[in-house]
Design a protein around this ligand. Structure first.
Ligand code: ADP
Ligand code: 5GP
Length: 192
């Protein structure tokens, strides 16, 4: 598929439901493949290196920046770097799939600007800030410090909602997943 592949980006504040939606879409559509990001944050117990993320230390991440290996990268939280490797895009298109991204709002903006009409950027919006914070706490993956950093950032991330192609409100999960399927189908059909 090489340069003919499409790019679908899901972005949102932390805890809004990107991972949940993206995992569902990957199971549902075999024409999609997940862009595995590089990150310097620590691995959560259920996460697998090379499947959920490429976990690396800051030196390895910096070497990749210096080598020009990233399509985009961000220091999403203090000292925690995340980035999309060009090699992921080549790998997925060589496999004849369209690419699914789960990135922060700035990464989504960069990827959309890079791939323009070949890309669709979807912002997942929580029903309210309070519900978002509750979901993040219930997920149970954050220390008090990292939860505080995430909440600080969420307020800013919520202001990005109108900068993307679609807004998907994640209230009732089953409804959200159906809507996400339709958004993907429409975009792929439109561009075929
Ligand atoms: P993100 O990847 O955007 O940080 P997650 O997909 O990890 O968000 O979702 C955050 C938490 O909220 C998870 O524990 C997930 O199971 C839960 N969650 C996601 N969508 C819903 C929903 N519609 N209703 C209730 N809980 C949800
Ligand atoms: P988490 O630590 O919860 O997995 O991710 C934190 C944030 O980093 C989320 O908003 C997630 O979408 C974002 N993120 C994950 N990978 C990348 C990436 O490659 N680039 C950018 N810019 N953000 C990413």
């Amino acid at each position: 598929m090489t340069e003919g592949g499409k790019v679908i980006i899901f972005t949102a504040p932390s805890g809004a439901g990107k991972t949940t939606v993206v995992k569902h879409l990957l199971k549902h559509f075999d024409f999609l493949s997940f862009s595995i990001s590089a990150t310097t944050r620590s691995r959560r117990p259920h996460e697998i290196n090379g499947l959920d993320y490429y976990f690396m230390d800051v030196i390895e991440f910096q070497n990749n920046i210096d080598a020009g290996s990233f399509l985009e990268w961000e220091e999403v939280y203090p000292g925690k770097f995340y980035g999309t490797l060009f090699s992921e895009v080549s790998r997925i298109w060589a496999d004849d799939k369209h690419i699914l991204f789960d990135v922060d709002v700035q990464g989504a903006t960069s990827i959309k600007n890079y791939y323009t009409e070949n890309a669709l950027a979807v912002f997942i919006k929580p029903p309210s800030l309070q519900i978002l914070i509750e979901r993040l706490k219930t997920r149970g993956t954050e220390s008090t410090e990292s939860l505080g950093q995430r909440i600080e950032r969420i307020k800013n991330e919520l202001t990005y909602e109108n900068r993307f192609d679609k807004i998907l409100v994640n209230d009732i999960l089953e409804v959200t997943l159906k809507e996400a399927e339709m958004i993907v189908e429409d975009f792929i059909k439109l561009n075929d």
